[in-house]
Design a protein around this ligand. Structure first.
Ligand SMILES: Cc1cc2nc3c(=O)[nH]c(=O)nc-3n(C[C@H](O)[C@H](O)[C@H](O)COP(=O)(O)OP(=O)(O)OC[C@H]3O[C@@H](n4cnc5c(N)ncnc54)[C@H](O)[C@@H]3O)c2cc1C
Length: 430
């Protein structure tokens, strides 16, 4: 049996390890265009800041391939022929397989405005190559525009600011990181980041850019001169090379998979990680672009590849991040806030409890459905998602959660409890 894994990041490498454990005699080949050794792109910002060396982001030791008897191929796959069970590499070679795993992840979404890719083109911050180009260009004292209000945008704004560039963070939406934050939470982030010295502009549409002595952006009709631009408007699945393969792709380019992560169109082809279109808890179908879900999908896909009966379903949502020293923690179901105000996401009685800390840049939002707590969203403090998820599963009331909040404080011994004050609000909708 020859298992061929394309991509050696979290989804691909976890799949390869699972395959080896399950099938000691199998031939396992891992193809990667990016690096010899798997590394955590989630930690690229710490390398940029000089806090880690690139080697420190490698999440397995360098003896892994040899120990696991993985064959390493450093090349880019340019096409797949599922009918022939074969892939073609950019060096002209062909590799055959019995089972193929596509764990090809995602790349930066390209900026749509005119002039973005004229010479010198805008930067991104997703791949190692992106990192190297930005690292070379970002000299202290230069002026940078970061376009995009999400997590990668704020991380890039932070590392450039930390390096001594003058940073303009340009967010098209009315508030920052709208898929995760509501306007009140975003207000706390914006105030905090401005206080650090970054020029934060919301409702800032970049209509185009021209090059002369400097790069001039048209932002809402006004000129903004900078030395470099970073596009951080999300990611797209790395699946362009599958266009003529017959492998079924969703509208966003991700690979359509069944519950067992097998391609819905091509037997013996599986997908995992950022490039796989999967079913979410609410029934929606799209990729889960998270590190830990990449790990879980890689393991599940490998089990399916060796013939197990697999039904991949992610557990209840949780996530955490940190930017400009501001913690972000979420767990359970937190609907995306709408510019039109709070809404009822579906049937049932939805409510939102919210409180801002009186003196710290910290907030806590609790979502209720039919008087039971279903989700948490917090800034500024570090919380235990384990405890929050347990409370969601136990269908706890708001009164119970507020009375026991200290139990979910991550640094319980070192911090004053998050105060529950009469100024907290309980609004209809979520
Ligand atoms: C800056 C940044 C910060 C992030 N922070 C977080 C975070 O805090 N928490 C979190 O959960 N997630 C975070 N993410 C997202 C997380 O990194 C991804 O969800 C995760 O890396 C996806 O893993 P993957 O294995 O699916 O694919 P990827 O990590 O995208 O890797 C895919 C690999 O496949 C290779 N490949 C692609 N096409 C081909 C081809 N044709 N031939 C050969 N090889 C190919 C690529 O070169 C790459 O090495 C962050 C992402 C970025 C960019």
């Amino acid at each position: 049996m020859h298992h061929l894994v394309i991509g050696n990041s979290i989804a691909g490498i976890e799949a390869a390890i699972t395959l080896r454990r399950r099938d000691p005699a199998a031939r396992i080949t891992v193809v990667s265009a990016e690096s010899d050794h798997p590394f955590a792109r989630t930690a690229l910002m710490y390398v940029f800041c000089g806090q880690l060396r690139h080697e420190d982001t490698e999440f397995y030791d360098r003896g892994l391939y040899e120990r696991m008897k993985f064959e390493r191929v450093r090349a880019r796959v340019v096409s797949v022929q599922p009918g022939e069970h074969a892939v073609t590499l950019d060096d002209g070679r062909t590799l055959n397989y019995d089972r193929l795993l596509l764990a090809v992840g995602s790349a930066a979404r390209r900026l749509p405005m005119p002039g973005a890719y004229d010479d010198p083109p805008v930067h991104h911050f997703v791949t190692r190559k992106d990192y190297e180009a930005l690292d070379a260009a970002a000299k202290p004292g230069k002026r940078a525009a970061v376009i995009g209000g999400g997590l990668i945008g704020v991380e890039v704004a932070e590392v450039l600011h930390q390096r001594g560039l003058k940073v303009h963070w340009l967010v098209r939406e009315p508030w920052t990181w709208p898929v995760a934050l509501d306007p009140k939470e975003a207000g706390v982030v914006e105030e905090h980041v401005r206080h650090e010295g970054v020029d934060v502009r919301t409702a800032a549409a970049v209509n185009g850019m021209t090059r002369g002595a400097a790069l001039t952006l048209d932002v809402n009709g006004e000129a903004l001169e900078v030395d470099l631009v970073v596009g951080a408007i999300g990611v797209v699945p790395n699946t362009g090379f599958l266009a003529n393969s017959g492998i079924l792709l969703a509208r966003d380019g991700s690979i359509e998979t069944g519950d067992d992560l097998q391609s819905t169109s091509s037997p013996d082809v599986f997908a995992a990680g950022d490039c796989a279109c999967v079913t979410w808890a609410d029934g929606a179908r799209r990729p889960e672009t998270l590190w830990y879900t990449g790990r879980d999908q890689g393991r599940a896909a490998a089990a399916a590849m060796v013939g197990d009966s697999v039904k991949y379903r992610r557990g209840t949502w949780y996530n955490s991040a940190k930017f400009f020293d501001l913690e972000y923690t979420t767990a359970g179901f937190v609907p995306i806030s709408d510019t039109a105000g709070r809404k009822h996401p579906g049937g049932g009685h939805w409510q939102t409890w919210f409180q801002k800390h009186p003196t710290e840049a910290a907030t806590l939002r609790i979502i209720l459905k039919d008087d039971r707590v279903v989700g948490f969203n917090a800034l500024g403090r570090r919380w235990s998602t384990d405890v929050w998820l347990r409370w969601v599963h136990e269908r706890r009331s708001l009164a119970f959660v507020l009375a026991n909040l200290a139990e979910s404080t991550f640094d319980e011994e070192f911090m004053a409890p998050f105060p529950v004050l009469p100024t907290a609000t309980l609004e209809e909708g979520a």
